[in-house]
Design a protein around this ligand. Structure first.
Ligand code: TYC
Length: 117
């Protein structure tokens, strides 16, 4: 919770009557929380990217252990698409760029996309 000063105009404050008179500061006590928009980062299947390369991607960029990475890779292989993680916009965008750059460097056609939750 953040205490936020809010300037209030008193009843006795008149236009042109400046200085410090006629003002008060109150503090907001209601918790003001905003849920961030979240984005799924997805891997798409293709016929050419090696399974071990996809597992490596999941370990390196999505902090998956070998077992989770293998499970997600096989899910993508069998179903066409799978979730690597859920992030705020900027983090998701960075993950997608990192994966696409790394796949391109290694000349694999792997595709990574993000979608709003
Ligand atoms: N289908 C690929 C193969 O048989 C493996 C693969 C899995 C590719 C997941 C991409 O996102 C992917 N070598």
């Amino acid at each position: 919770m953040i205490a936020e000063p809010i300037r209030m105009q008193n009843n006795n404050e008149r236009n042109g009557d400046n200085g410090n008179r006629g003002t008060s500061v109150i503090t907001r006590t209601k918790p003001k929380t905003k849920k961030p928009n979240l984005y799924r980062v997805l891997l798409l299947n293709d016929d050419y990217t090696p399974m071990d390369f996809v597992i490596h991607i999941l370990e390196r960029f999505f902090q998956k252990d070998l077992e989770s990475a293998t499970r997600i890779m096989l899910h993508v292989h069998n179903h066409g698409v799978g979730e690597c993680g859920i992030y705020t916009y900027e983090v998701a965008e960075t993950k997608v760029s990192q994966v696409m750059d790394f796949a391109r460097e290694h000349q694999h056609p792997l595709q990574c996309v993000m979608e709003k939750k």
